[in-house]
Design a protein around this ligand. Structure first.
Ligand code: NAP
Length: 237
């Protein structure tokens, strides 16, 4: 609800009309799919965001796939993921898209750099690794079965932490001069990186909160404007 409130407030500030569709906890997958399909067909709606995670009884993938690709401003459908993987036009997953914009803003040259992505979820770890790969970084994915995470992080020129474990990435493992992106959020405003020690070694590091989070919403809004422009015939793909 906090995320939804923040997103709606930012929409209002940017002049984007947002509609909140609240469904009861008893909603079935079929009912959720039907709701998303009807929003997909509604000409007055240009972008759809399904705030997740959904309840454990819901088939989340089936729900995501009910969103029309041209309205998938959160970049969660297989169509969006496939387009991103092939470097074709489409909507990026918002947090990875925001991370790439941050790296561009700070003119981080990724070509040939070793990027270590910790986490491999479909909405964050996996797509951010693919976007880094598309920019000619050499990408290593780490996950819960990775042995010796510390040794891999020590080799990284760019670290993207996307796990949801407080201070999993230790500052002492950050290579001096590395760029550290902390996408994690844990209760108490704690990231996945031990910020206080990592900042003494990193060249650039994102804080939690106030780093990746606001970028995610910014990309969501930017992609909503793009979706509306395309659907209204004001812009091409
Ligand atoms: P998720 O779906 O739970 O995925 C977590 C990933 O971390 C999985 O790939 C998991 O590996 C891996 N992992 C778990 N324990 C690990 C360990 N000890 N060592 C290495 N990898 C480990 O989470 P998510 O949705 O990607 O979100 C990750 C974090 O980002 C959360 O803190 C979330 O709140 C935050 N987030 C922030 C934003 C934002 O806007 N800033 C947006 C989305 C998410 P397996 O695949 O092997 O299970």
């Amino acid at each position: 609800m906090t995320y939804v409130r923040m997103k709606r407030a930012r929409c209002a500030k940017a002049g984007i009309e947002s509609r909140l569709v609240s469904l009861p906890a008893t909603t079935t997958t079929a009912e959720l799919v039907e709701t998303l399909q009807s929003l997909s067909q509604d000409a007055g709606v240009h972008g759809i965001l399904l705030q997740h995670p959904v309840g454990p009884h819901i088939d989340e993938r089936a729900a995501f796939e009910a969103i029309a690709p041209e309205k998938d401003v959160d970049g969660v459908t297989m169509s969006s993921f496939g387009a991103m993987s092939f470097g074709l036009p489409g909507f990026a997953s918002c947090t990875p898209g925001g991370i790439m914009r941050l790296l561009d803003e700070y003119e981080v040259d990724l070509a040939g750099q070793h990027a270590v992505v910790v986490g491999r979820s479909a909405i964050l770890g996996k797509p951010v690794g693919m976007l880094l790969l598309a920019r000619d970084a050499t990408v290593t994915y780490c996950h819960s079965r990775t042995t010796d995470l510390a040794a891999i992080v020590q080799e990284a020129d760019v670290v993207v932490a996307a796990v949801g474990r407080p201070r999993l990435v230790r500052g002492e493992d950050v290579k001096p001069g590395a760029v550290v992106i902390d996408a994690g959020y844990n209760p108490g405003n704690v990231g996945d990186v031990d910020f206080d020690t990592a900042r003494t070694r990193a060249r650039l590091i994102t804080p939690v909160p106030g780093g990746v989070g606001p970028m995610t919403i910014a990309v969501l809004l930017a992609q909503t404007v793009d979706a509306a422009s395309i659907q209204l015939g004001l812009a091409g793909r």
